[in-house]
Design a protein. Structure first.
Length: 149
């Protein structure tokens, strides 16, 4: 989910979309809280409680991604990464797996290559710059527009 974005414009657009999503989720949380505490049957309250818990979990996931991308947006740190092979990005489709190393720690991630042509990316062994932040070093994003060779 949301793991392939690397340019400032893409990160900013993603942040706007996630902000809207968070507002919608928060509205759902407030609505379910209201339905739990108003008069009604016990069965309906249990269903609303389950929905409330699911919304809180989804909100936590979205907030984490929001914080990661906010950190990347503020960061201008790049390091060389190497493509390994092909993979699938959850809910986004085919991607390219890559690895990079920061302070002796090796990280492996998978990003989609859209809108770049798959044929223009060297896999395996392609060297491209990976954008990362000090807060979330394991969440680096490879930029297939920036060859490191």
């Amino acid at each position: 989910m949301f793991l392939n974005i690397v340019t400032d414009d893409q990160l900013l657009t993603s942040q706007i979309v996630k902000t809207i999503l968070l507002v919608i989720i928060l509205a759902g949380i407030i609505h379910n809280l209201y339905r739990i505490f108003r008069k009604g049957t016990k069965g309906k309250k249990i269903i609303n409680l389950i929905l409330l818990l699911l919304l809180i979990i989804v909100m936590g996931i979205v907030i984490r991604q929001y914080l990661i991308e906010a950190s990347l947006l503020k960061s201008s740190l790049y390091i060389t990464g190497t493509t390994i092979g092909y993979c699938n990005v959850f809910a986004e489709g085919p991607g390219i797996e890559f690895e990079y190393e920061i302070d002796g720690q090796k990280y492996i991630n998978c990003n989609t290559y859209h809108p770049i042509s798959k044929d223009s990316i060297k896999v395996p062994g392609g060297k491209y710059f990976v954008r990362y932040s000090n807060e979330f070093q394991d969440q680096g994003r490879i930029d297939f527009n920036k060859k490191a060779e």
